[in-house]
Design a protein around this ligand. Structure first.
Ligand code: UD1
Ligand code: MG
Length: 441
């Protein structure tokens, strides 16, 4: 919607989080709530996106600038309620002629694919009125209730409900659309006449009806955790729901998940068809796994691209900026960081490969280590291993160092100098040998 403005309320402290971090920067699946929300609103191609910041404004604005450039900010220095927050936007959006969509930064229902399109469809049918969504949920504690009073739709907050009103099961997720110019006169009528002495955005419903606007409401299906995240327990409950959806989507797209309920996804995890993931695998951000590859149990992957027919784990740790080509095998207790490993190469046991470029068909023996860190200079140095090379168990490659193509190293060798192609480098020290050393007297 090219003429639409999105307003995201993100100024609140999130008192119930008990945190120094603004609530909307708390996240799940390795992305803050605000990031999930901005991804959903970006899909609408709005003309403007305004984020209302307050508590921890610098951090919230820095996040937006880094991950969703083009956002505009309004500072609400005192958090006097959701209605007050939107009032602060008038200097910026007072002249906006198209629809204004108002969203709470902690309501993840908004990010579900079907939800914003439902609101926008309402908005298109009723462009000059107020449009909102409603949801039937089982537990409404803490949520606003939508109800009819004297023939008009109104919202009553949980804290302001009579015991009878509390039994109403239609909840307000706080997803509103309104014709821009109609918004400001309604906001001017707000009073803090409620249990929390705040200006409630929810009062817009009653004020719109009073002003003769058509108030139109669509009901969407919702699970309670989607309705708002106010505490760490609610964040965990939403994450559980989100993870389950991710797993179902991965399986529907052709991945095999063994004990899926134990596998943790990031928002951007990509599993191609015919990949298999074992129990207790954790995907950090930025992972893609290509066809026919297997990730075995208890592996932890982030920031890596894995080719086809690869085998990772069990108990492997793949860290950012890693590319593993087709047919690579990474075994147990192997850590890989900032490295490229070419086709068919293997590091099957107990290795650290960091800041390295490993050619094709290399075998890194058990316990091969790249000593990449120079403690004196504080620098990380690179190791290059030529194709077809093979390192003996316990080889230490002191970077910067290059093993030329087809280099072999013996067990327990420390390699400090570059090697020639097809050479053997081995520790030359003879073993100390004592006869009858431990023979009982
Ligand atoms: C709000 C709604 C409630 C709805 C529920 C859905 C109001 C009065 N109540 O309640 O009807 O069912 O969300 O989750 O709107 N914020 C500001 N400035 C403020 C206060 C809040 O920017 O002064 C932001 C917060 O950062 C948050 C959002 O607005 O992202 C909602 O505020 P929150 O305190 O979570 O409202 P709820 O009590 O959950
Ligand atoms: Mg809330």
């Amino acid at each position: 919607m090219e003429n639409c403005a999105i307003v995201i309320l993100a100024a609140g402290k999130g008192t119930r989080m008990k945190s120094e971090l603004p609530k909307v920067l708390h996240g799940f699946a390795n992305r803050p709530m605000l990031g999930h929300l901005l991804a959903a609103t970006r899909a609408l191609r709005p003309a403007r996106t305004v984020v209302i910041t307050g508590f921890g404004a610098e951090a919230t604005e820095a996040y937006c600038n880094a991950h969703a450039p083009g956002c505009e900010f309004v500072r609400q220095t005192e958090q006097r309620g959701t209605g007050h927050a939107v009032q602060m936007c008038q200097p910026l959006l007072g002249d906006h002629q198209g629809p204004i969509i108002m969203l709470y930064g902690d309501v993840m229902l908004t990010t579900r694919e079907d939800v914003l399109p439902t609101l926008l469809a309402r908005q298109a049918e009723n462009p000059l009125g107020l449009n909102l969504l409603a949801a039937k949920v089982e537990n409404l504690q803490g949520l606003g209730r939508l109800m009819h009073h004297n023939g008009r739709l109104i919202n009553i907050e949980d804290k302001d409900c009579t015991p009878e009103q509390r039994t109403i099961t239609t909840a307000n997720p706080g997803i509103y659309g309104i014709h821009g110019p109609a918004l400001w006169p309604l906001l001017a009528k707000f009073t803090p006449n409620n249990a929390q002495h705040e200006l409630y955005l929810t009062d817009i419903i009653a004020h719109a009806a009073e002003a003769g606007l058509t108030v139109s409401m669509s009901e969407v299906k919702a699970e309670r955790p989607e309705m708002g995240i106010n505490s760490r327990a609610e964040l965990a409950a939403y994450d559980a729901l989100y993870q389950n959806r991710k797993r179902m989507a991965a399986m529907a797209a052709g991945a095999t998940l063994v004990q899926p309920e134990t596998i943790y996804f990031s928002f951007d995890t990509v599993l191609e068809p015919d990949t298999t993931v074992g129990p207790f695998v954790t995907f950090g951000p930025g992972v893609s796994v290509s066809r026919n590859s297997v990730v075995l149990p208890f592996s932890h992957l982030e920031g890596c691209t894995i080719g086809r027919n690869a085998r990772i784990g069990p108990y492997a740790r793949i860290r950012p900026s890693t590319t593993l080509a087709d047919g690579v095998h990474i075994g147990n207790f192997v850590e890989i960081k900032n490295a490229t490993i070419a086709e068919g190469s293997k590091a099957n046991h107990l290795s650290y490969v960091g800041d390295a470029d490993v050619g094709a068909n290399v075998n890194l023996g058990a316990g091969t280590i790249t000593a990449n860190y120079n403690r004196k200079t504080g620098q990380k140095n690179r190791t290059t291993v030529g194709k077809g090379s093979s390192t003996g168990s316990g080889t230490v490659l002191v970077a910067p160092v290059t093993l030329a193509e087809g280099s072999y190293t013996g067990a327990n060798t420390v390699v400090r100098k570059d090697t020639e192609a097809y050479s053997l480098t081995a520790a030359a020290v003879e073993n100390l040998h004592k006869s009858n050393y431990s023979k009982p007297e």
